[in-house]
Design a protein around this ligand. Structure first.
Ligand SMILES: Nc1ncnc2c1ncn2[C@@H]1O[C@H](COP(=O)(O)OP(=O)(O)OP(=O)(O)O)[C@@H](O)[C@H]1O
Ligand SMILES: [Mg+2]
Length: 329
Protein backbone atom coordinates (compact mmCIF):
# COMPACT_ATOMS: atom_id res chain seq x y z
CA UNK A 1 0.00 0.00 0.00
CA UNK A 2 1.16 3.54 -0.65
CA UNK A 3 2.25 5.53 2.38
CA UNK A 4 0.94 8.84 1.07
CA UNK A 5 -1.65 9.48 -1.58
CA UNK A 6 -2.94 12.76 -2.90
CA UNK A 7 -5.92 12.35 -5.16
CA UNK A 8 -7.08 15.36 -7.19
CA UNK A 9 -6.22 17.87 -4.46
CA UNK A 10 -7.52 21.33 -5.30
CA UNK A 11 -6.98 24.39 -3.18
CA UNK A 12 -8.30 27.88 -3.59
CA UNK A 13 -8.15 30.94 -1.42
CA UNK A 14 -11.12 33.28 -1.73
CA UNK A 15 -12.06 31.70 -5.05
CA UNK A 16 -8.54 31.98 -6.55
CA UNK A 17 -7.15 28.61 -7.61
CA UNK A 18 -3.74 27.70 -6.19
CA UNK A 19 -3.67 23.91 -6.64
CA UNK A 20 -5.61 22.62 -9.65
CA UNK A 21 -5.81 18.89 -9.03
CA UNK A 22 -2.59 17.47 -7.63
CA UNK A 23 -2.37 13.67 -7.57
CA UNK A 24 0.69 11.80 -6.40
CA UNK A 25 1.67 8.77 -4.38
CA UNK A 26 4.65 7.85 -2.27
CA UNK A 27 5.68 4.35 -1.17
CA UNK A 28 7.17 3.70 2.26
CA UNK A 29 10.82 4.80 2.30
CA UNK A 30 10.59 6.52 -1.08
CA UNK A 31 11.86 10.05 -1.77
CA UNK A 32 9.84 12.15 -4.20
CA UNK A 33 11.20 15.51 -5.31
CA UNK A 34 8.81 18.38 -6.07
CA UNK A 35 10.40 20.92 -8.41
CA UNK A 36 9.08 23.86 -10.39
CA UNK A 37 9.28 27.61 -10.49
CA UNK A 38 8.40 29.95 -7.68
CA UNK A 39 4.65 30.12 -7.03
CA UNK A 40 3.88 26.82 -8.78
CA UNK A 41 2.36 25.39 -5.58
CA UNK A 42 5.11 23.19 -4.12
CA UNK A 43 4.86 24.48 -0.54
CA UNK A 44 1.08 24.61 -0.70
CA UNK A 45 1.04 20.92 -1.69
CA UNK A 46 3.00 20.06 1.48
CA UNK A 47 0.71 22.28 3.52
CA UNK A 48 -2.37 20.32 2.44
CA UNK A 49 -0.70 17.18 3.86
CA UNK A 50 0.28 18.84 7.13
CA UNK A 51 -3.08 20.70 7.24
CA UNK A 52 -1.42 24.09 7.59
CA UNK A 53 -2.97 25.78 4.55
CA UNK A 54 -4.02 29.44 4.92
CA UNK A 55 -7.15 29.94 7.05
CA UNK A 56 -9.41 30.99 4.15
CA UNK A 57 -8.32 28.13 1.93
CA UNK A 58 -10.86 25.68 0.55
CA UNK A 59 -9.43 22.25 -0.12
CA UNK A 60 -11.07 19.40 -2.01
CA UNK A 61 -9.78 15.97 -2.97
CA UNK A 62 -8.25 13.28 -0.80
CA UNK A 63 -5.02 13.08 1.17
CA UNK A 64 -4.37 9.72 2.83
CA UNK A 65 -1.42 8.75 4.99
CA UNK A 66 -1.22 5.04 5.71
CA UNK A 67 -4.79 4.76 4.48
CA UNK A 68 -6.01 7.39 6.96
CA UNK A 69 -7.88 10.38 5.57
CA UNK A 70 -5.69 13.28 6.77
CA UNK A 71 -8.18 15.96 5.72
CA UNK A 72 -10.89 14.45 7.91
CA UNK A 73 -8.85 14.29 11.13
CA UNK A 74 -9.87 16.21 14.24
CA UNK A 75 -7.42 18.31 16.28
CA UNK A 76 -6.28 15.55 18.70
CA UNK A 77 -5.60 13.04 15.89
CA UNK A 78 -3.79 15.72 13.95
CA UNK A 79 -1.55 16.43 16.95
CA UNK A 80 -0.85 12.70 17.30
CA UNK A 81 0.05 12.50 13.60
CA UNK A 82 2.37 15.52 13.77
CA UNK A 83 4.08 14.13 16.87
CA UNK A 84 4.61 10.75 15.26
CA UNK A 85 4.23 9.63 11.69
CA UNK A 86 4.54 13.02 10.03
CA UNK A 87 7.30 15.63 10.40
CA UNK A 88 8.27 18.76 8.52
CA UNK A 89 11.40 20.83 8.09
CA UNK A 90 11.56 24.08 6.20
CA UNK A 91 14.01 26.50 4.71
CA UNK A 92 14.36 28.63 7.81
CA UNK A 93 15.27 26.63 10.90
CA UNK A 94 14.94 29.76 13.05
CA UNK A 95 11.20 29.77 12.38
CA UNK A 96 10.89 26.36 14.04
CA UNK A 97 12.72 27.36 17.23
CA UNK A 98 11.75 29.66 20.07
CA UNK A 99 14.57 32.26 20.30
CA UNK A 100 14.14 32.43 24.07
CA UNK A 101 14.69 28.72 24.71
CA UNK A 102 17.96 26.85 24.84
CA UNK A 103 18.26 23.92 22.43
CA UNK A 104 18.09 21.51 25.39
CA UNK A 105 14.65 22.78 26.41
CA UNK A 106 13.37 22.79 22.85
CA UNK A 107 14.40 19.17 22.28
CA UNK A 108 13.67 17.76 25.73
CA UNK A 109 10.24 19.36 26.01
CA UNK A 110 9.39 18.21 22.50
CA UNK A 111 10.33 14.64 23.37
CA UNK A 112 8.45 14.70 26.69
CA UNK A 113 5.32 16.07 25.01
CA UNK A 114 5.39 13.89 21.94
CA UNK A 115 6.53 10.60 23.41
CA UNK A 116 5.70 10.96 27.09
CA UNK A 117 9.32 10.28 28.03
CA UNK A 118 10.79 11.21 31.43
CA UNK A 119 13.09 14.26 31.42
CA UNK A 120 16.19 12.10 31.98
CA UNK A 121 15.31 9.73 29.16
CA UNK A 122 14.43 12.66 26.91
CA UNK A 123 17.73 14.38 27.73
CA UNK A 124 19.71 11.25 26.86
CA UNK A 125 17.78 10.80 23.64
CA UNK A 126 18.18 14.47 22.64
CA UNK A 127 21.97 14.10 23.04
CA UNK A 128 21.97 10.90 20.98
CA UNK A 129 19.95 12.59 18.27
CA UNK A 130 22.29 15.60 18.12
CA UNK A 131 25.29 13.27 17.80
CA UNK A 132 23.46 11.37 15.04
CA UNK A 133 22.92 14.55 13.02
CA UNK A 134 26.62 15.34 13.20
CA UNK A 135 26.83 17.90 16.03
CA UNK A 136 30.40 17.63 17.32
CA UNK A 137 30.07 19.42 20.66
CA UNK A 138 26.73 18.16 21.95
CA UNK A 139 27.06 19.81 25.40
CA UNK A 140 27.70 23.22 23.96
CA UNK A 141 24.85 22.84 21.46
CA UNK A 142 22.39 21.77 24.18
CA UNK A 143 23.33 24.86 26.23
CA UNK A 144 23.02 27.31 23.33
CA UNK A 145 20.25 29.69 22.37
CA UNK A 146 19.32 29.68 18.67
CA UNK A 147 21.14 32.98 17.95
CA UNK A 148 24.40 31.41 19.17
CA UNK A 149 24.33 28.71 16.48
CA UNK A 150 25.03 28.87 12.74
CA UNK A 151 22.29 28.19 10.18
CA UNK A 152 23.76 24.75 9.46
CA UNK A 153 23.86 23.79 13.15
CA UNK A 154 20.31 25.03 13.64
CA UNK A 155 19.05 23.03 10.68
CA UNK A 156 20.67 19.94 12.26
CA UNK A 157 18.83 20.69 15.53
CA UNK A 158 15.56 20.99 13.62
CA UNK A 159 16.23 17.72 11.81
CA UNK A 160 17.02 16.05 15.14
CA UNK A 161 13.65 17.25 16.46
CA UNK A 162 11.88 16.18 13.26
CA UNK A 163 13.26 12.64 13.27
CA UNK A 164 12.87 12.20 17.03
CA UNK A 165 9.41 10.69 16.59
CA UNK A 166 10.71 8.25 13.93
CA UNK A 167 8.37 9.72 11.31
CA UNK A 168 7.28 7.57 8.42
CA UNK A 169 7.08 10.66 6.22
CA UNK A 170 9.22 13.78 6.28
CA UNK A 171 7.98 16.84 4.43
CA UNK A 172 11.10 18.84 3.59
CA UNK A 173 10.49 22.30 2.11
CA UNK A 174 13.78 23.57 0.69
CA UNK A 175 15.66 22.49 3.82
CA UNK A 176 19.06 23.44 2.44
CA UNK A 177 18.35 26.57 0.39
CA UNK A 178 19.71 28.90 3.08
CA UNK A 179 22.89 26.88 3.62
CA UNK A 180 26.31 26.99 1.96
CA UNK A 181 27.11 24.17 -0.44
CA UNK A 182 29.24 22.10 1.97
CA UNK A 183 26.70 22.31 4.77
CA UNK A 184 23.97 21.57 2.23
CA UNK A 185 25.65 18.27 1.33
CA UNK A 186 26.09 17.36 4.98
CA UNK A 187 22.45 18.07 5.78
CA UNK A 188 21.31 16.04 2.76
CA UNK A 189 23.57 13.16 3.85
CA UNK A 190 21.95 13.21 7.30
CA UNK A 191 18.47 13.06 5.75
CA UNK A 192 19.61 10.23 3.51
CA UNK A 193 20.96 8.29 6.52
CA UNK A 194 17.69 8.75 8.34
CA UNK A 195 15.82 7.45 5.36
CA UNK A 196 17.99 4.36 5.07
CA UNK A 197 18.09 3.58 8.79
CA UNK A 198 14.46 4.22 9.60
CA UNK A 199 12.77 3.60 6.26
CA UNK A 200 11.49 7.17 6.30
CA UNK A 201 9.84 8.48 3.14
CA UNK A 202 10.42 12.05 2.05
CA UNK A 203 8.54 14.62 0.01
CA UNK A 204 11.34 16.99 -0.88
CA UNK A 205 10.64 20.45 -2.28
CA UNK A 206 13.48 22.21 -4.03
CA UNK A 207 14.29 24.63 -6.84
CA UNK A 208 17.38 22.60 -7.52
CA UNK A 209 16.79 19.90 -10.09
CA UNK A 210 20.33 18.54 -9.65
CA UNK A 211 19.89 18.15 -5.90
CA UNK A 212 16.49 16.51 -6.37
CA UNK A 213 18.02 14.13 -8.91
CA UNK A 214 20.81 13.20 -6.50
CA UNK A 215 18.57 12.34 -3.55
CA UNK A 216 15.16 11.38 -4.93
CA UNK A 217 13.78 8.16 -6.41
CA UNK A 218 11.30 10.08 -8.53
CA UNK A 219 10.75 13.72 -9.42
CA UNK A 220 7.44 15.52 -9.93
CA UNK A 221 7.60 18.75 -11.91
CA UNK A 222 4.97 21.33 -10.99
CA UNK A 223 3.66 24.20 -13.08
CA UNK A 224 0.82 26.61 -12.25
CA UNK A 225 -0.67 24.50 -9.48
CA UNK A 226 -0.49 21.10 -11.12
CA UNK A 227 1.98 18.31 -11.81
CA UNK A 228 3.06 18.27 -15.44
CA UNK A 229 5.49 15.34 -15.33
CA UNK A 230 6.63 12.58 -12.96
CA UNK A 231 9.57 10.28 -13.71
CA UNK A 232 12.76 8.87 -12.23
CA UNK A 233 15.68 11.34 -12.34
CA UNK A 234 17.48 9.27 -15.01
CA UNK A 235 14.53 9.22 -17.34
CA UNK A 236 13.68 12.85 -16.68
CA UNK A 237 17.19 13.91 -17.67
CA UNK A 238 17.61 11.47 -20.56
CA UNK A 239 14.18 11.93 -22.08
CA UNK A 240 11.99 14.69 -20.68
CA UNK A 241 8.46 14.32 -22.01
CA UNK A 242 6.99 17.71 -21.12
CA UNK A 243 8.27 20.87 -22.87
CA UNK A 244 8.46 22.70 -19.51
CA UNK A 245 10.73 19.98 -18.08
CA UNK A 246 12.91 20.20 -21.16
CA UNK A 247 13.22 23.98 -20.88
CA UNK A 248 13.86 23.70 -17.13
CA UNK A 249 16.71 21.28 -17.83
CA UNK A 250 18.11 23.59 -20.49
CA UNK A 251 18.04 26.65 -18.27
CA UNK A 252 20.44 25.16 -15.70
CA UNK A 253 23.85 26.77 -15.72
CA UNK A 254 26.51 24.33 -16.91
CA UNK A 255 29.68 23.75 -14.89
CA UNK A 256 31.71 22.93 -17.97
CA UNK A 257 30.57 25.30 -20.70
CA UNK A 258 30.26 29.00 -20.30
CA UNK A 259 27.19 30.19 -22.16
CA UNK A 260 27.26 33.82 -23.36
CA UNK A 261 23.64 34.11 -22.25
CA UNK A 262 21.95 31.63 -19.95
CA UNK A 263 18.84 30.31 -21.70
CA UNK A 264 15.64 31.32 -19.97
CA UNK A 265 12.12 30.02 -20.42
CA UNK A 266 10.31 32.60 -22.57
CA UNK A 267 7.32 34.53 -21.25
CA UNK A 268 6.28 34.96 -17.64
CA UNK A 269 5.20 32.30 -15.16
CA UNK A 270 1.46 31.77 -15.15
CA UNK A 271 -0.46 31.66 -11.86
CA UNK A 272 -2.85 28.78 -11.30
CA UNK A 273 -5.89 31.08 -11.21
CA UNK A 274 -5.07 32.47 -14.67
CA UNK A 275 -5.36 29.10 -16.39
CA UNK A 276 -8.65 28.72 -18.24
CA UNK A 277 -9.57 25.62 -20.21
CA UNK A 278 -6.25 25.12 -21.98
CA UNK A 279 -2.75 23.81 -21.36
CA UNK A 280 -1.26 26.02 -18.63
CA UNK A 281 2.10 26.13 -20.41
CA UNK A 282 0.77 26.81 -23.93
CA UNK A 283 1.60 30.54 -23.97
CA UNK A 284 5.28 29.86 -23.29
CA UNK A 285 5.62 26.62 -25.20
CA UNK A 286 7.57 26.66 -28.47
CA UNK A 287 5.73 23.46 -29.47
CA UNK A 288 2.17 24.62 -28.70
CA UNK A 289 -0.41 23.56 -31.32
CA UNK A 290 -4.11 24.43 -31.73
CA UNK A 291 -5.18 21.36 -29.71
CA UNK A 292 -3.24 22.74 -26.68
CA UNK A 293 -5.56 25.74 -26.55
CA UNK A 294 -8.82 23.83 -26.38
CA UNK A 295 -9.46 22.09 -23.09
CA UNK A 296 -7.36 21.19 -20.06
CA UNK A 297 -4.74 18.50 -20.55
CA UNK A 298 -4.93 15.31 -18.44
CA UNK A 299 -1.92 13.76 -16.71
CA UNK A 300 -1.44 10.54 -18.66
CA UNK A 301 0.31 7.62 -16.91
CA UNK A 302 2.21 4.98 -18.78
CA UNK A 303 5.53 3.21 -18.89
CA UNK A 304 6.34 4.05 -15.23
CA UNK A 305 6.01 7.78 -15.74
CA UNK A 306 3.34 10.41 -16.23
CA UNK A 307 3.08 13.49 -18.42
CA UNK A 308 0.55 16.23 -19.08
CA UNK A 309 1.10 17.13 -22.73
CA UNK A 310 -1.00 16.35 -25.82
CA UNK A 311 2.10 16.26 -27.98
CA UNK A 312 4.44 14.29 -25.71
CA UNK A 313 4.58 11.16 -27.90
CA UNK A 314 5.07 13.18 -31.04
CA UNK A 315 7.74 15.38 -29.40
CA UNK A 316 9.52 12.68 -27.35
CA UNK A 317 12.35 12.16 -29.79
CA UNK A 318 12.84 15.86 -30.40
CA UNK A 319 12.86 16.77 -26.69
CA UNK A 320 15.24 13.96 -25.83
CA UNK A 321 17.54 14.63 -28.77
CA UNK A 322 17.97 18.26 -27.85
CA UNK A 323 18.71 17.44 -24.21
CA UNK A 324 21.00 14.56 -25.16
CA UNK A 325 23.04 16.84 -27.41
CA UNK A 326 23.32 19.35 -24.60
CA UNK A 327 24.33 16.68 -22.10
CA UNK A 328 27.11 15.30 -24.27
CA UNK A 329 28.44 18.70 -25.30
N1 LIG B 1 -1.41 32.66 2.52
C1 LIG B 1 -1.69 32.72 1.23
N2 LIG B 1 -2.85 33.22 0.78
C2 LIG B 1 -3.14 33.28 -0.53
N3 LIG B 1 -2.32 32.85 -1.50
C3 LIG B 1 -1.14 32.33 -1.13
C4 LIG B 1 -0.75 32.23 0.25
N4 LIG B 1 0.48 31.66 0.31
C5 LIG B 1 0.85 31.42 -0.97
N5 LIG B 1 -0.11 31.83 -1.83
C6 LIG B 1 -0.07 31.71 -3.30
O1 LIG B 1 -0.10 30.35 -3.65
C7 LIG B 1 0.69 30.09 -4.82
C8 LIG B 1 1.58 28.91 -4.57
O2 LIG B 1 2.46 29.25 -3.51
P1 LIG B 1 3.55 28.25 -2.94
O3 LIG B 1 4.09 28.89 -1.73
O4 LIG B 1 3.00 26.90 -2.83
O5 LIG B 1 4.63 28.30 -4.12
P2 LIG B 1 6.01 27.54 -4.22
O6 LIG B 1 5.97 26.67 -5.43
O7 LIG B 1 6.33 26.89 -2.92
O8 LIG B 1 7.00 28.76 -4.52
P3 LIG B 1 8.46 29.07 -3.93
O9 LIG B 1 9.39 28.27 -4.78
O10 LIG B 1 8.62 30.53 -4.16
O11 LIG B 1 8.50 28.69 -2.48
C9 LIG B 1 1.43 31.40 -5.10
O12 LIG B 1 0.82 32.00 -6.20
C10 LIG B 1 1.25 32.22 -3.85
O13 LIG B 1 1.15 33.58 -4.18
MG1 LIG C 1 7.68 27.29 -1.42
Amino acid sequence: MNLLELDDVRLDVKGRAILRGVSLSLSPGEALGLVGESGSGKSMTLRTVLRTEPPRARVTGRVTLDGEDVRGLGAPELRRLRAGALAMISQDPRAALNPLLRVSRFLVEGLCDARGETRDAADRRARDLLAQVGIADVDRCMDSYPHQLSGGMLQRVVIAAAVAGSPRLLLADEPTTALDVTTQSEVMAILDDQRRENGMAMLFVTHDLELASAVCDRIAVMYAGEIVEIATPDRLHASPRHPYTRLLLDSRPSLTTRAPVLPVIPGRPVAAHEVRGRCAFADRCPWAAPQCLSGEVPLVHGDGRAVRCHRSDELAAELARATGTEASA
